[in-house]
Write a protein that binds this ligand. Sequence first.
Ligand code: VNL
Length: 390
Amino acid sequence: MNKNALIRATALALTALSATYSIADDSVFKIGLILPMTGQQASTGRQIEAAARLYMAQNGDTVAGKKIQLIIKDDTTIPDVTKRLAQELVVNEKVNVLAGFGITPSALATAPIATQSKTPMVVMAAATSSITQASPYIVRTSFTLAQASVAMGDWAPKNGIKKVVTLVSDYGPGIDAEKYFIERLLLNGGQVAESLRVPMRSPDFAPFLQKVRDQKPDGLFVFVPSGAGAAVMKQFLERGMDKAGIKLIGTGDVTDDDQLNDMGDGALNVVTSHHYSAAHPSATNKKFVEAFQKANKGMRPNFMAVGGYDGMRVIYEALKASKGQGGGDGLLAAMKGQIFESPRGPMFIDGQTRDVVQNIYLRKVQRQDGQLHNVEFDVIKDVKDPGKTR
Ligand code: VNL
């Protein structure tokens, strides 16, 4: 090889190398936010992105002397894509934190990458209990279905809804919701007429609902992921199931604030249990909802938004406390045990489980200032995830 060719070859090799292994810049702190921005769960991505941007607008983009860089990636609601994007963010971008995760399979697919690279992974949406056990680097700021469902299993049979059909989306969070709701329903003297599971991808609720209509239980307990609630509500009402005396109950994913106001008067009086309502009557929440709506015309923050907003807070505060020392492990340690007032109410990141401890509210859909809202009427305080096996 002549000298020029050698120089050209070396330069080429160096370029390739630096493209693959960009040198970590210590003055920048990178948050890799992986969300479903398209596909079935796109509303979840839209809500969390809006909330994360709001948090940064309110709290600045410099923390502990470092410039915060938010890198948003669309996993299109496909777990293999989530995992590949996480790998790229860790290896190429050298992100300091992974965050987001719209659905359980996406969080579970990514967990090994967090473990291998010792990168904290803040789960802002996905809500199956087992997720936090999939990696010691996972911290959750959303909720668990077990947490929310237990409250409904206690409330329903004490309020005349004794014979219940359960209808859940057939994957992690749905299985948890079914299990923990039924456990408490039975404990409180209720009974299960039947347990139905609908496919997670492109579900058709019609044949399931027809079956329930024929069975005439006191209540139908539903879990479907955020974004699918309006379809369930529509078909429930179209079949006149409310008029047949069947009460629709569920976790708050069904009366999702992202869709609730467009569901119409048929949604009135539906009771659900959840950790967040846009109508939560606290000064902190009023400020949050107002700022969110000012920055995002026509959008109401839902429980996904609050998971994203609080997730950013946990990251910011961990960086402040660790001052960027100790890498991923230092950051993780500073995430554990955080306690603060969220727009949802008081919240705590349990240092042992790395999961969220929070209030669960019983809410009834009512009109407030002309809009449909989940109005809270009771609270179970400081609920730990009942789904932890260790
Ligand atoms: C999950 C749980 C997703 C609850 C959701 O909406 C939800 C999950 C996208 O763990 O996959 O409302």
